[in-house]
Design a protein around this ligand. Structure first.
Ligand code: NDP
Length: 486
């Protein structure tokens, strides 16, 4: 059992796929070795989910689903500190941030339990004597695929609405960060769902992820990850006309106007850019500052950066931990070299600070041009570019000028102007005078190449349902041919 990390049809199995060492990014030590799922086991998980959808009462028993979600939330709450520690151990994110992820996960499970409880069926009496009911039904077998930056929270953002709506699930975490979902699966197992409702397969994009995406019995893919992978998944889904939700990359701008309070704005900018080491899809990686306050902003930013606490993610006052992996660290460093080759000025940062662990100091580039790769491409690490603008339209033009449209931030005392500019920005989430907070009842997702669809809120639930119209007539009352209708 200790070595069994694949969960299919209500039972634990030893993975028959690759063997993988899960690494602690803060010291590069092996935490555990995992036997991942084989392609055959992935297919078995899909078949178990299909069987459970077809033959158990799960899709048609909302009371049971509500109870399960609430029970899972309670169990997670009772084990919150364990889950926070696991998340920090596996991802390197500061422990305070892991605690936030756990509490947001609990909230999300409870939100969707309440959501299902409060749902009503829309009913309409018609002038032809019939009654129409519009019913939201589950889609079927859903594959949930998540990345490594928020393994628990992003997983719950999918799992809670998917189960709430009555779907059955095959879940795949990132190969780098399976630990919190293995632990969560133990909680799910203890609740006693009908076998096959929830299945966990560990493994990499190929073969495990690809099998999930291409298998005909999977009717919905909910994916969070890079835009390149998302594009490939979208193409595969087109073949079978599968339902698909994509939460993809970003290159989010932070617009700082000259009437903003600079001291608090600098603090927000650091948080917006370097929270979770900058490994956040909505991270503010492009800072646009109105020219009049640009120099003062840089002075305050560099002073504050010098005192940023980078180090042991388990220390209570740590503000930044290590990056996720050696290869990701190298990818971020490559982008820093690209920035230098393109002629940008590295004002500070971009250095490794420890012999062990994937630590990198925040890198700040100035003298950038809009067409540079470090301005256009998602780096997904602690690297930001600073640009200036004179007037509103210039800020809007620069902010919108990438392929992405995930999020944006605006700092200004003039809320009227900020809201007007928010209306012009092509982004799925816009924070005015704050940043990063997700609200469980508000939609989350991207415009342009940042994705398709929304998570959280009612939209996040709708993404896991099909709409059915049932029209009911008293037997023998209608003549059948050409009835009047309205
Ligand atoms: P990837 O796209 O590489 O991977 C995401 C997940 O998809 C992983 O579980 C991965 O498996 C899996 N995967 C990879 N290839 C395939 C495939 N062909 N078929 C099916 N599944 C596949 O992204 P990263 O893990 O590197 O995560 C970082 C990216 O996620 C960033 O671009 C970031 O912007 C985005 N992201 C978006 C968010 C949003 O809400 N919009 C939130 C958080 C991150 P494995 O890694 O195990 O091989």
């Amino acid at each position: 059992m200790a070595q069994d990390h694949v969960y299919i049809n209500g039972k634990w199995y030893k993975g028959e796929g690759e063997k993988r060492a899960v690494i602690n990014p803060s010291n590069e030590e092996v935490i555990i070795e995992i036997n991942e799922a084989s392609q055959q086991q992935t297919v078995e998980a899909i078949q178990a989910a299909r069987h459970a959808f077809q033959y158990t009462d799960w899709p048609s028993n909302p009371a049971r689903r509500i109870a399960v979600l609430r029970q899972l939330a309670d169990l997670l709450e009772q084990n919150a500190e364990t889950f926070a520690a696991i998340e920090t151990l596996n991802t390197g994110k500061p422990i305070r941030e892991s605690r936030l992820d756990v509490s947001d996960s609990i909230q999300c499970l409870r939100y969707y339990a309440d959501f299902v409880e409060q749902r009503t069926i829309e009913e309409k009496k018609r002038t032809d004597g019939t009654t129409s009911k519009v019913i939201e039904e589950p889609i079927g077998v859903c594959a949930l695929i998540v990345p490594w930056n928020f393994p628990l929270l992003l997983g719950i953002w999918k799992l809670a609405p998917a189960l709430a709506a009555g779907n059955t699930v095959v879940f795949k975490p990132s190969e780098l960060t399976p630990l919190s979902f293995i632990e969560l699966t133990k909680l799910i197992d203890s609740i006693g769902l009908p076998p096959g409702v929830f299945n966990l397969v560990l493994g990499s994009g190929s073969p495990v992820g690809e099998t999930l995406v291409t298998h005909p019995d999977v009717e919905k893919i909910s994916f969070t990850g890079g835009t390149k992978t998302g594009r490939w998944i979208y193409e595969q889904c087109a073949r079978g006309l599968k339902r698909v939700s994509l939460e993809l990359g970003g290159k989010s701008p932070l617009l700082i106007f000259d009437d903003a309070d600079l001291t608090s704005t600098v603090e927000w900018a650091l948080f917006a850019s370097f929270f979770n080491q900058g490994e956040v899809c909505v991270a503010a990686s492009r800072i646009l500052v109105q020219r009049r306050v640009y120099n003062s902003f840089i002075d305050q930013l560099t002073q504050r950066l010098a005192s940023l606490r980078i180090g042991d993610p388990f220390a209570e006052n740590t503000e930044m931990g290590p990056l996720i992996s050696s290869s990701h660290l190298k990818k971020v460093e490559t982008y820093i070299q690209i920035g230098l080759q393109e002629g940008a000025v590295l004002l500070q940062g971009g250095e490794r600070i420890k012999e062990r662990g994937y630590y990198l100091t925040p890198a700040v580039f100035t003298h950038v041009r809009q067409d540079m790769r470090i301005v256009q491409e998602e780096i997904f690490g602690p690297v930001i570019t600073l640009q200036t603008f004179e007037h509103d339209n210039e800020a809007i033009g620069l902010a919108n000028d990438t392929i992405y449209g995930l999020a944006a931030g605006i700092f200004s005392r003039d809320l009227e102007r900020a809201e007007r500019i928010a209306g012009k920005l092509r982004a799925g989430t816009i924070w005015i005078n704050s940043y990063h907070t997700p609200y469980v009842d508000a939609p989350w997702g991207g415009m342009k190449q940042s994705g398709i669809g929304r998570e959280l809120g009612p939209q996040g639930f709708a993404a896991f349902t099909e709409t059915k119209h049932v029209n009911i007539s008293q037997h023998g009352k209608s003549l059948g041919w050409y009835p009047s209708r309205s």
